[in-house]
Structures are given as structure tokens and as C-alpha cells.
Design a protein around this ligand. Sequence first.
Ligand code: PHE
Length: 460
Amino acid sequence: MSNRGNFSSRLGFILAAAGSAVGLGNIWRFPYLAGQNGGAAFLLIYLICVFMLCFPVMIGEIAIGRKVQSDAYGSYQKLGGGKWGYLGLFGILAGIFILSFYNVVAGWAFGYFLEISFGNLLDEKDFGAFFGSYINNVWTILSFSLGFMVITAVIVSQGIQKGIEAANKIMMPALYLILIGLIIYSLTLPNAMEGVKFYLVPNLSNITLQTLFDGLRQAFFSLSLGMGCLITYGSYVGKNQNIVSSAAIITMADTSVAFLAGLMVFPMVAAINAYDVQGPSLVFVVLAQVFHNMGPMAGRIVGGSFFLLLCFAALTSTISLLEVPAAYLVDQKKLPRKPVVWGLALLIFVLGLPCLVSQGKVEFLSHLFFYKDRDFLTFVSDMCDISLTVGGCLMCIFIRYRWKINNMNEELAIGNPTYLGSMLQKYINITILWVCPILLGILSIGVIIDKFFGLEWIFG
Ligand code: PHE
């Protein structure tokens, strides 16, 4: 097993896993979902989901991976036998589809980074219209997405220590620095406190079933759970390491970046009173406008930094998304890493093309008749979200009925001698055995109904 590669240190693993977690989900999606779901009310639900449902699932995934030291398929297969390997394959497929649309959005971010840094957006007046037409410049977005995929593949093909770990060690600290700088700037804008209030003071009447569903799927997506990513990264972790505390740090790192991204975005939203800009265009429209208003020089520097931040965040996640299927082919089919990585990158890039043209260019894909007129990118993204919560639920069922909780606890006690018998152990046991499988099962069904039929279907 020694030639699979491994993380050189605990810090290396934590940074890589936090890098996987921190991504477009935190900086692009979290603020717009929070905006659509009443700000602080969403934040509250999100935090509950993270600590009650996500943290235990993360511990379970890392434990499975480290126990077997294999990819997602191999881990379930070896521990569970029978058909359990399919659960791993299901996750690997979900990862492939996530990367296919994720890379398109990363292409938008990469494009914006270059356009703003080179001062190409200086004379724009209407950033809403600009964004709409920009993402329909098929050749432009195609080249930026391709560029992004190539950078991802270059890093992943270098292997665990020299590729994944090294890249995260540079990008993660840089990401935090840029984020803090931007928050400080953002808080000095006119009306900043109004934005902060919208974001931080919960109005409990804003909490609906929709808030709950959105909070849950966002939490799973943001922490990279339910598709074997942390099984794969966990398989490169040494036996002397403390899984529980590492998982706590990764969870905190991801949650803090989502929280801070909101703190950066909402003062900007308030500054130009753009609460009505909703959905995926939020950061591309509102923030671009704010950067524009700063004047040519400052706008280029601050705006360029923001979109660089977005690119770093996306890249540390695309790396992990590509690693999951790559690890499968390397471990199971005994294929050499480099060709596997490049082959997968090409395949997934092509798989993303329908998403790329679904923003208005191709009519049929832009308004799916079977999906309430929504576009194909949204469709793929929603289906992936569903597969993550379902995957998390099945992982708990796997631990409960197949691997057995005592075996998990034994694995967790390696590198953490005081774990057995602790309060934390009791909490994790109850959540994995009862809370997560039941709630994740019910909520996943709820999300499916919500997406395909709308909540009116349940409540009339
Ligand atoms: N967590 C990443 C984000 O927030 C997305 C991701 C999902 C990455 C699943 C890996 C696996 O952007």
C-alpha cells in the first residue's frame, strides 16, 4: 500500500481537506442562499446542520478511509463486502458530475478575475446584463473552463504530497489573508452595518421548510460530504493521527470561511442596496458593481483580489473532486496516475459542456420542461446535492448495520487514546446511529419532493 502516497503531516491533511471543503460553495453559493432565505435565519439553520449532521458524517468518512487505506469504492467493498462497493461508486459518480458543473462556474470566476484585473470592465454600466451575456460567450467560457481543468489536472497528476498537499499549503493561507482584507474593506462601506444586521440578526419567522432544506444541502455540499471525498483523503492519513480533532478543525475552517464570506458580501449588497439581486448571479453582479464604483485603480486591485480568492477556493475543491475518481482507477484498476488524471479531466470537461451552454445559449437546456423550466446546470447541481445527503444517510446505515459502531470507535481511538468513553464519543454514537440516518433520510425525501414538485405539493 505504501506506493499510494500519503500526506506528509497532520497539517498537510487538514489543509487539503479544508481546501476541499472551502470552495465556490462558501463564497459563491452560501451568500446567495443566505440572501434568498432571510439572512440570519439561514445561518442559524446552517450551523445546526453542520454540527448535528455533518460533523459526525465527516468523522465516519475519514475513519472508513483510514481504516482500509483505499479509494471510496475499495473502502466500502473491503469493509462491507457484497454490494456495498456500489455505495462507493455512487459517490465517485456524484463527484464526477459535481466537477462537471463546478468547473464551468470556476470558468466564470477565472474569466472575471482576468477581465477585472486587466481593467476590461471599466465602462460597464449594467452588470446584470453584462453577466448574462458574459456567460453566454461560449468560446470565452470554454477556454477559461478548460484552463481551469488543466491547472487542476497538473496539480492532481503530481500526486498527494507534491501536488495536492503543496498546492493547498500555498493557496489556503493566501485565501484567508485575502478574505480578511476584503472584510475589513467591506465593513468601511456606507451602510455596512445594515448589511451586517440583515446577515446576523435572525428573524425566526423567516425559517421555513425551504430554509431547512437549503441549509442542509448547502452544509453537505460545503463540507464535501456524502460522496467519498473524505474517505479518499482519509485513506492518505497516518495511523498516529487524531481523526476527531482533525475533523473538528476542518469543520470549523469551512464554517468560518462561509460565515466570513457572508460578512464580506452583505455590507457590499447593502452599500448599493441590491437586496433584490438573487441567485447565482449575486457575487458576479453586485460585487462587480461595487468594485466598479471604487474607481479604476482600486476597483482593479480589490476586485482582482476577490476573484482571485474565488479561483483559489474553487481550485482547492476541484483538486479534491478530481482525486476521488482518480484514486479509484489507480487503486482498483492499477492504472498509472498521470494518464488517469488527464483522461478523467478531459472526460469531465466534456461532460460539463451541456451545463456550459445551459445559461441561455441552447434553449432546450436553458429551460428544462421536466424541471420546472430551470436550466441544466441547476438540474445537475440539485441532483448532486440530493446524492450527497442520500450518500451521507447510507454511510450511517453502513456503519450501523455492516461495519458496526464499535469498529468505528476502535479506529477513532487510534491516535486519540481518551476518545473511548468520552462524552464526545457518546454524542457521535447517538448521531451516527439514530439522528443522522433518520433525519437525513426524511430530509432527502423532502428535498427531492421540493425540487421536482415544489413544496406546495405537500402543503397544498
Ligand atoms: N465543498 C466544495 C465547496 O464548497 C464543493 C465540493 C463538494 C468539493 C463535494 C468536493 C466534494 O465548494
